[in-house]
Design a protein around this ligand. Structure first.
Ligand code: ATP
Ligand code: MG
Length: 372
């Protein structure tokens, strides 16, 4: 889109940020080039022995000048007409509002190039809208599952604890002396249990190890758990100088590792895997590799939603995710978290702790490293 605008029309403010600001419209480039060729031809004819009959009178010179002017003007008008649909295309593209899906461009044109651009742009809108719908649907499904789980926990656990607490307090208010002290003591224990459950709930909503121990320790704990439960040998390598990341980036990175390692166990038939974290281009690179059977394509084509969830995580962070086979065997998952996600000294983590964090669609909605 930007290329079409940039090539054919004067750029608008903001376009310059995306590339070199164009100085000429296509129309004027064509007209100027034609005029220059014409002028050169005239100069050549006038200054070389191979000359046509040069006007011998002022009248002939005027006629010749008028003919040249008429040629240039008619050529300009024709070229403007030919390039007109490109202008309309650019204006229509700018007019497309992503918040109003279903808009498609329709332009009358006989030009193959403009028709191709038009079809490509409309097809791109189709793909974007489809992907957006799909992504919204998955996010909604993940949120619904998360809410269902949360409401069950609140109702079955916390709700019962609070009911028991109220009963104890009722009893305590009706009795005196030793009996009252006993009832209050039981109430206090019940309140303590309830508090523990709430803490547990909070920790399950966000990986506890990540909260308490930091990213590297959480990754170590994850590798240990996956290794112990599956028998897979997992090398862990943490290079020195890994910068501290924002809270979102740490969580996103942890979730990618949390999805990749079980994938190795389930799909790779690998004997070994390695998780590596290192500084990379001002940010951080996470890689999870195995020596298994490799992956067809990029993993997106298959039924699962783990890889898709990882891609969405990466997108949220502006990070790059690559899932691919590696030579001579095995699969490699690479996540490059950009420098913009490195935590500036003294800055607050950017996400609150708790359920506002979007869950990986299709993955473990409320993921708990302990559950692996
Ligand atoms: N390490 C790996 N080695 C070989 N194949 C893999 C590996 N990781 C993923 N795949 C392939 O990519 C597909 C997609 O993985 P993805 O995590 O998206 O889905 P899944 O694991 O099948 O299901 P889900 O994660 O939703 O429970 C898998 O079905 C598997 O075929
Ligand atoms: Mg998976």
């Amino acid at each position: 889109m930007a290329a079409v605008q940039g090539a054919a029309f004067p750029a608008e403010a903001g376009d310059a940020e995306r590339g070199a600001r164009p100085r000429w419209s296509l129309l004027w480039l064509i007209v100027t080039a034609n005029a220059a060729v014409l002028a050169l031809a005239l100069v050549a004819l006038a200054s070389t022995p191979f000359t046509v009959d040069w006007p011998k009178s002022a009248r002939e010179a005027v006629v010749l000048g008028a003919a040249i002017a008429a040629t240039v003007v008619s050529q300009t008008l024709l070229t403007r007409r030919i390039l007109g649909p490109l202008g309309a295309l650019g204006r229509s593209m700018r007019g497309v509002d992503p918040l109003h899906p279903g808009q498609r461009l329709e332009i009358e044109t006989r030009s193959v190039e403009v028709a191709t651009l038009l079809a490509a742009f409309n097809a791109m809108l189709d793909r974007l809208e489809e992907e957006r719908r799909e992504s919204a649907r998955r996010t909604q499904a993940a949120q619904d599952a998360e809410r269902r789980w949360l409401s069950l926990e609140l109702h079955d656990q916390i709700g019962q604890d609070l009911t028991a607490l109220r009963l104890r307090i009722d009893i305590a208010s009706r009795v005196e002396g030793e009996a009252q002290a006993q009832a209050l003591e039981i109430a206090s224990v019940t309140a303590q249990e309830c508090l523990e459950r709430v803490r547990g709930l909070v920790h399950r909503l966000r990986p506890a190890a990540l909260e308490e121990l930091g990213l590297i320790s959480a990754l170590v704990a994850l590798c240990d758990r996956v290794g112990e439960s599956s028998g897979l040998e997992i090398d862990r390598r943490f290079a020195s100088g890994v910068p501290k990341l924002t809270s979102d980036a740490q969580l996103g990175l942890f979730r990618v590792a949390q999805e990749s390692l079980p994938n190795v166990v389930r799909h790779a038939q690998a004997s070994r895997a390695a998780l590596d974290l290192r500084p990379f281009e001002g940010g951080v690179r996470l890689s999870v590799v195995d020596d298994g059977v490799g992956i067809s394509g990029h993993g997106d084509g298959d039924a699962g939603s783990g890889v898709r969830g990882m891609r969405e995580r990466a997108l949220l962070l502006g990070a790059e995710l690559r899932v691919r086979s590696r030579a001579p065997r095995g699969t490699e998952v690479l996540l490059d978290v950009p420098a913009s996600e490195v935590l500036v000294e003294g800055a607050e983590p950017t996400l609150p702790v708790g359920p506002a964090i979007p869950a990986i669609p299709g993955g473990p909605v409320i993921a708990d490293p302990g559950a692996l």
